[in-house]
Design a protein around this ligand. Sequence first.
Ligand SMILES: Cc1ncc(COP(=O)(O)OP(=O)(O)O)c(N)n1
Ligand SMILES: Cc1ncsc1CCOP(=O)(O)O
Length: 535
Amino acid sequence: MLPNLPPLRRPGLDTDYTLYLVTDSSEAILGNKDLVDVVEKAIKGGVGIVQYREKNLETRAMLTMAIKLKQLCHQYNVKFIVNDRVDIAFIAGADGVHLGQDDMGIKDARKILGERAIIGISCTTVEEALEAVENGANYLGIGAVYATSTKTNVSGIIGISGVRNIISKVRQTSKHPRHVPCVAIGGLNTTNVQLLRYKSHAVDGYLEGIAVVSAIIGSEDATVAAKNLKSMFVEAPPWNQLSQYNDCGHTLEKNDIVSRLAQIAKKTVEIKPVSHNMTNIVVANFAANVIIAAGSSPIMSMAPEEAAELASLGGGLVVNLGSAIPGNLSIFMTAVQAYNKLGGPVLLDPVAVGATNMRYNMVSTLLNMGHFDIIKGNTSEIQALASGFQGNQKGVDSVDDAESEQVDKAALVSSLARHEHCIVLMTGKTDYLSDGTTTYSIDNGVENLNSVTGTGCALGSLIVAFVAVHRENKLLATLAAVLFYEIAAELAQEDPVCKGPGHFIPCFLDALRHICGDCKAKNMQWLSRAKFEKI
Ligand SMILES: Cc1ncc(COP(=O)(O)OP(=O)(O)O)c(N)n1
Ligand SMILES: Cc1ncsc1CCOP(=O)(O)O
């Protein structure tokens, strides 16, 4: 997991890649501003390396501009790189060159520019990155991360997962002991750089910096734009500001965990947090009733117009894909980003993500564009997210066949949690819950939870209420919500009037209300039924 974000600039590295400015003098981006002036302002805002990227000028004019920019950069002790043109880099006395996959090869450029030159190369795939490291690249420009109108001929949009994959493969596979810094490029701005840094972090490597064109060159004030980008990239994101990984049961004894769970449940019903649901048409009514019975406050709203206001109420958000269509993506994203900005918890329920390509693509986009604190799914859903789409889920139910029984579920949830830097809950006969460091198995619940629709979805609605009140302890808050819910289900099934699925729903709502009342009365006897183990 990611207790603290790593330092950016490595000791001993004399180039600061944290904020890398790539220029563009087109009318559409620079407008009628003066390029040298904009670059100077950007340097004052914290840019540590500048690349002169010129697609429209004749060689002579380009050389003149390169010399001006080099002088400016060196005046501020900032590195100066030329895009594509090794000849201009050489004559202007630049610190190096940035090469694309179709430009002169690294080894040839090195012959011209010498051993001390900084030679960077663009990479979209792992193979390109490994080859570049082999050939002696000094840094990698990885992208495009997101769609961009600055470069029309990008060779691929790889998303955060593509960046993370390249970084971790380069670190794992590289035979070179020397460190090759990685910067990401493409569509980066203040709304996405925090997420990029947080989620591109792999166990074996991380991003040193961001390379940006339009967010600085096209801005009104390059100093302000650079400052904002740099601080966004460097600062811990709002959803991680409290140390969620401390005190989450990693080292606690079971009795201590149970008393924490009791405190969490009591405080949740006392505060009555908002559970904001962007959920499916089948479960909305049931989920709202569950939330009310459990002592929280539901709102079922798909309106992006009110998402920021709802986020400011301090509750949590559920994004449930049960009956979503691709047109809902931008609505979801508006809400997710509003909650991310304030650090309010967001739960993703990737319903039937293993069943169709449409669902898988929607979930991939969501994970690429926003932070989810919790991912909750059944075995098939979590398997699809952890191992890629295979299309073997039939409908929304989990395919719990002999093959899936062989899967090491604890390892699966833990690895997905580490990969996505979030909490993962896999529901089933035994539930598995992990933050990537600590994993719990939970054996509460009853068969009737599977015989009525919407019980899985409604659990998500309760979890965000609990986590909203305990943002500093998301793992234990999720565990508390699962136990509250599943123990209520056990009490419902034991109710003499409960004869089957039809009676189960009202009995379950009654039992939730009962436990909620117990929590208010500080009677936590129900927790003695908790059956969970740290794995
Ligand atoms: C830091 C950085 N990364 C990638 C690129 C893209 O370079 P390239 O693929 O050569 O495309 P053009 O910039 O030449 O259009 C870059 N310039 N800088
Ligand atoms: C040069 C380049 N290479 C990949 S994307 C890109 C353009 C990035 O521009 P912007 O930061 O404006 O999206």
